[in-house]
Design a protein around this ligand. Sequence first.
Ligand code: ATP
Length: 254
Amino acid sequence: MTEIPKSHPRYASLVARERVAAGVKEGITSVQGLIAQGRGEAFDYLIGELTLPSALKATRTAAALLLLAERPALSVNGNVAALASREMVDLAAALNIPLEVNLFHRTEERVRLIADRLRSQGASEVLGEKTDVLIAGLDHSRARATRGGIFDADVVLIPLEDGDRCEALVAMGKKVIAIDLNPLSRTARKASVSIVDNIVRAVPNLIQAVRDLRGLERSELERMVREYDNKETLQAVGEEMQSYLAEQFSALDS
Ligand code: ATP
């Protein structure tokens, strides 16, 4: 990996870019994953590379949903593995649930490499290597899933997922939590809760929220979920993004 000096003003973003590039070299991330990362970086730039208040609210609601779930599931793809494998392992441990490798550009080799990486980071159970069921409405390789994992889950976290799979999971009656920097992506629009934030900030925030909310009464968690409106959140993201950009453009005068 190229050494990035810590003093660089965009250190975190450049480190993330290096991690995804390293993921491609190691066979964990697809080449298309580089393009997805570039799109994510562009949206991150437009929000100042910081967690927006609306994203934090969505993150806390997501934590409430995961804590209320009977069978929550966490999905990991090549970009997620490159950027946040240890954090996803920590989240799975905090919830005491397995992780499931789920790839858009599936190859058996890549699934195995990602599962190995998650295990080497301490994951106790990784699903996805042996799929045994298909999700309706998707083509064969994208539909592959595992019983006892995403297929039977009532709440699923899908970071950096494509819109078709998000829609198919929602159509199965699941509550779907997305992490996606593009507030206008099909995924962000279709999900039950959309965390518009970089995965490298969102997953640590989600772990913290799970710890903070764990002691609350179920009724309190249910109230949080009931009062949440995803469309309102996406509109708030748009407003926060616009006011950040207005500030930046007005600073060009000075
Ligand atoms: P959709 O089908 O939902 O409209 P897409 O197929 O256009 O989305 P992809 O190109 O598969 O989306 O990219 C996945 C999404 O992940 C993009 O919307 C991108 O903004 C987002 N993304 C990429 N990197 C990150 C990251 N580090 N953190 C959060 N989101 C990211």
